[in-house]
Design a protein around this ligand. Sequence first.
Ligand SMILES: [Zn+2]
Length: 339
Amino acid sequence: MPTLKEKRTIEPGNVKMKGSRLSIGIDLGGTKIAGILVNDCLDILAFEKIPVDPERRVEVVLQDIIRLGQSLLDQIPDQKQFSGMGIALPGLLDLERGMMIFSENLNWRNIEVMKYLRERLPVSLYLEHDVRSGAIAETFFGAGREFQDIAYVSVGTGISGTLIWHRNIIRGVRGTSAEIGHTNIEPNGPLCRCGNAGCLEALASGSAMERDAYHLLKEKVRGEVILERAKNHVSPYYEIVKKAAGYLGLALANLAEIFDPQVIILGGGVAEAGDFWLDLVKASYYEHLTGSQQLPDIFLGTFKGKASVMGAAGLPYLKEERAIDQKRTGYSDDTPPQS
Ligand SMILES: [Zn+2]
């Protein structure tokens, strides 16, 4: 297992509420695996973060997920409090079969992730796509709690979206509904990692801003640094962020025109930049919207860069409460047979 980069273990006495339930969420990203132990209000009691194996070997990464999950499980004082473990995975998933069909970031194809984990972790496991998981966190535990019809857009290294309609996830026939990141915004724009030119992701994501900074400055500058300097109006960072936020605002105006949600909620690592970035996005959004008197407002999500792992931790509770309907959403769980 790689060295633990970040770890906060449970404080003695932290889990003192009688009858409180606990769950674990794990989020597999392209570079990190994040794990949290939470109570049923999604208060974080412990977290651990480890780097993903640089060669992205399937067996090594899955073993790391198991060790991370086990390490968090070991911190639960009374196993009767434990509700289950949610796993958020990137890429194209087959939820019913618990498989990852394809992940560009990890370069994995047709991996039976849940079968592997279920055989080695004797707990109730729940699977969800990472961005859908973020949307679930906001809808049921965060900024979207009071709304019925939500467009959730995650802006980080990439850009992706989810529609929640009448509090159900709209997945689409191929499971790629609301993939706003690969809608074409600028036909002659920069090349996207999907192979097309001018996708929203290639114009407005954290990696798009890093690329633009590299072109202008001939040095690598991390997204967080670009956003921080832009916040202080330092040139050319401010212009880079304003341009990217402008493209996002345009895409969100299109999204609002097509789906007419109650609200748009923004999550992901770039949303950590806060109101400074949101204001730039909104300026462009309102500029590009037409007509309607009551326009959907745009909010920052509650969980931002942690939304996926929070949603994963929330899955066991939602399943228990049937807040997520398996038939309507295709949501699946992987409960081991009771012996
Ligand atoms: Zn693309």
